[in-house]
Design a protein around this ligand. Structure first.
Ligand SMILES: *Cc1c(COP(=O)(O)O)cnc(C)c1O
Length: 360
């Protein structure tokens, strides 16, 4: 067997230890005589898996008791709708910060339900920085403020936590959740598709302050109501059981590494190596303002875009894959989520140096 270093933005690399454990437990989960995939979601075995996963996530993120944790489907893209549906609570306006492609999608969806005030945007700079809070035009009547702490495509990360007073703060953390400790109590809602830092595609984690639940818009599907999922412990319908189980294994893996503080140190070291290599060369460049550079998604360009194809082909040959940048940004993008081993970064950095030497 040979594993490549997969720099895909998502679905993304999973910890090898987690995949190994899943393989061991595939046919017979802990003496149950069946795979987790075959279990009733209401049976004792799966209930224990589900409860352990939630407890571990609560412990890792220090989630306060007045927050619900929901294990849903539909991806972050469904949350683009569920957030306004659940959080407008009688109001008809919401603030959005536009820092890139995912913000834009969230904004477009919210416009189906309310008046959207784009309180700040970096579109004029092609999304290479986060507008300082002093530049924002928040609406005092907004039901909530939505932002994207890490823009997966542009590789732009918030270097500060927005201050919104009593207006609930909503964060699309799809590509940054579990990469470092955060103070959950500062947020009204945190949501994330699983396929970047949590587990396989198909599971969506939503962390929501309980007092914000229960006033969803009339006439919407039951499946889009946080209250229904909360009341039913995310088992109103059949949840994505195998994804939930794998997420639980990932949470255990992070706990064994030392939790989110340890994870943050590893991530800083990994990203630091890559940015140092980019900045230290005259051949590679990062388009993102240094204070806003992402620890998870690292876009970079080559001095000559005609060499992009050769770079990708030669990287692929030595097992460094999915480095092509998003079509809207061009160049390269290395997604280096929690599960990307440090050896993967080392291999990429030394390949970049060799490629520069032979083509630069
Ligand atoms: C990947 C991603 C999404 C889309 O997630 P889906 O689960 O495919 O809907 C949304 N927001 C961010 C920040 C992402 O990285």
């Amino acid at each position: 067997m040979s594993r490549i270093f997969n720099f895909s933005a998502g679905p993304a690399v999973l910890p090898q230890a987690v995949l190994g454990r899943a393989r061991e437990e595939m046919l017979d989960w802990q003496g149950s005589g069946m795979s987790v995939m075959e279990m009733s979601h209401r049976g004792k075995a799966f209930m224990s898996i589900a409860e352990k996963a939630e407890a571990d996530l609560r412990e890792l993120m220090a989630i306060p008791d007045d927050y619900s944790v929901l294990f849903l489907q539909g991806g972050a893209s469904s949350q683009f709708a569920m957030v306004p549906i659940n959080l407008l609570r009688g109001k008809n306006k919401a603030d959005y910060i536009n820092t890139g492609a995912w913000s834009k999608k969230a904004i477009a969806e919210a416009k189906r339900y309310c008046e959207v005030n784009v309180a700040a945007t970096d579109e004029a700079n092609n999304f290479t920085r986060v507008p300082a809070q002093s530049e924002w035009q928040l609406d005092k009547d907004a039901a909530y403020v939505h932002f994207t702490p890490n823009e997966t495509i542009g590789g732009v990360e918030f270097p500060f936590l927005p201050e919104t007073g009593s207006v609930p703060l909503v964060a699309d953390m799809s590509s940054t959740i579990l990469s470092r400790p955060i103070d959950v109590s500062k947020y009204g809602v945190i949501y994330a598709g699983a396929q970047k830092n949590i587990g396989p595609a198909g599971l969506t984690v939503v962390i929501v302050r309980k007092d914000l639940i229960g006033q969803s818009l009339d006439g919407m599907p039951s499946m889009f109501d946080y209250a229904i999922h909360d009341k039913n412990d995310s088992m109103y319908n059949t949840p994505p059981t195998y994804g939930w189980y794998l997420a639980g294994l990932v949470f255990e893996w992070i706990k064994e590494l030392g939790g989110l503080q340890a994870m943050a140190e590893i991530n800083q070291r990994k990203a630091g190596k890559l940015y140092t290599a980019i900045d230290g060369s005259g051949f590679y460049a990062s388009p993102v303002e240094p204070v806003c550079r992402s620890l998870m998604n690292v876009p970079f360009t080559l001095a000559n875009a005609d060499l992009d194809k050769a770079f990708l082909a030669e990287a692929e040959k030595i097992g460094l894959t999915s480095l092509k940048g998003h079509r809207s940004v061009g160049g390269m993008r290395a997604s280096i989520y929690n599960a990307m081993p440090e050896e993967g970064i080392d291999a990429l950095v030394s390949f970049m140096a060799e490629f520069e030497k032979s083509h630069g």
